[in-house]
Design a protein around this ligand. Structure first.
Ligand code: NAD
Length: 353
């Protein structure tokens, strides 16, 4: 008997779906009973098996887990067969690690993305394809006029932040491998007509983030503080980041997928924007007050490509897809602190404390 296509569930693949952003995305997608979600992940990131367990605890027949590597093209292509949406999040995510092992970093981020695009082109060419890129593709942004204050740098131009028209300037192996991937994703729309969308993400934070010194600094700072450990700050701590709570990001993915006739082939910067910035020093002061404790820290060298200021100009996303961040930095950080506190034993285990 022929299946009524109207009753067919939407098949959605999330590579890196056990990771921090992936688990939040998969969890939201599963709330819609019409979605069938495949989490494809090699579980290489420490702690993400807890995220997988969290998803599996939903006991949802619409969830399928495939333990696989994005470098395993055959498996990836098989898994991607007949998908309606593909979210490509799997990556080597740490700048520090990319400097130690640039070849490994390139393989996962650049080659792995090319394989994922090829899998989509061959096995589900009509699928929406959303890629998690990074603001690191803009490099150090040394040309920006900055003012150095007591607690923070401030931008003396581009008050709305950095837009998609900023020149690309890949810096650090991670910046290069993600930048290569970003450009491939864009080009697969032009050359093969794939419905690809690139999100150049600022600093994303939220529940299920097992942040460490190399990546996920918001969660990392909170975890270390709660465990009473001393923090290390790369640089002088005055660097500015715009913070975006993960549910706001996931909502933007949904808007892009829902309006794919408009978003296909587009690149969007996305972050907390000018209203949600913290310098690291300001963040620690805020956190210390909120936890009612003294937080100890010291300084070390800047990491390669570290921007003194990054603030995302979200205007294009706002104009074209009607998106804006809804969760303020204070609200989001308090929510994450609560989650970390409630899961502190699990987190201790992940961090070997
Ligand atoms: N979190 C942020 O602030 C941020 C900012 C900009 C861009 N991004 C991008 O968003 C994506 C998700 O980031 P995240 O913060 O959730 O990181 P994460 O490390 O929590 O998630 C990445 C997931 O990919 C998996 N993975 C790694 N290598 C793999 C491979 N070879 N095959 C299959 N799976 C593999 C890991 O096990 C992990 O579950 C990444 O592409 C990252 O570059 C994140």
């Amino acid at each position: 008997m022929l299946k009524n296509p109207k009753n067919r569930k939407r098949k959605i693949l999330v590579t890196g779906g056990a990771g921090f952003i992936g688990v939040n995305l998969a969890n939201r997608l599963l709330d819609n009973k019409n979605n069938q979600v495949i989490v494809y992940d090699n579980l290489s990131r420490k702690g993400v098996e807890n995220n997988l367990e969290f998803l599996l605890s939903r006991k949802d027949g619409n969830l399928k887990f495939v333990r696989g590597d994005v470098l395993d093209y055959k498996k990836l292509r098989e898994t991607a067969k007949g998908c309606d949406e593909i979210y490509h999040l799997a990556a080597q995510v740490a700048v520090t690690k990319s400097v130690e092992d640039p070849v490994g970093d390139f393989k996962i981020n650049a080659e792995g993305t090319l394989y994922t695009l090829e899998a989509a082109r061959k096995a589900s060419p009509g699928a929406v394809f959303i890629f998690a890129s990074t603001n690191k593709v803009y490099g150090e942004l040394l040309h920006l006029r900055l003012k150095k204050g007591r607690m923070r740098y401030s931008l003396q131009e581009k008050k709305n932040g950095i837009s998609e028209t900023e020149n690309l300037d890949f810096h650090s192996p991670y910046g290069v491998s993600k930048g290569v991937a970003d450009q491939y994703v864009r080009d697969y729309h032009r050359i093969y007509g794939l419905k690809t969308v690139v999100f150049r993400q600022s600093c994303i934070y939220g529940e299920h983030q097992y942040g460490n010194e190399d990546q996920g600094w918001v969660a990392h700072f909170i975890i270390k503080s709660l465990l009473g450990s001393r923090l290390n700050i790369y640089g002088d701590g005055k660097q500015i980041r715009d913070l975006l709570e993960v549910s706001d990001l996931v909502r933007a993915y949904g808007l892009a997928a829902g309006k794919i006739e408009k978003s296909a082939g587009e690149i969007y910067n996305i972050g907390g924007g000018p209203d949600n910035t913290f310098s690291l020093l300001e963040f620690l002061s805020f956190l210390g007050k909120s936890l009612k404790m003294e937080i100890g820290y010291s300084f070390s060298e800047w990491r390669p490509g570290d921007q003194k200021v990054f603030i995302s100009d979200n205007s294009k996303l706002c104009r074209e897809l009607g998106w804006k961040p809804l969760i303020s930095k204070k609200e989001g950080v308090e929510k994450l602190t609560g989650w970390i506190w409630n899961n502190i034993n699990l987190i201790r285990k992940v961090h070997g404390k």
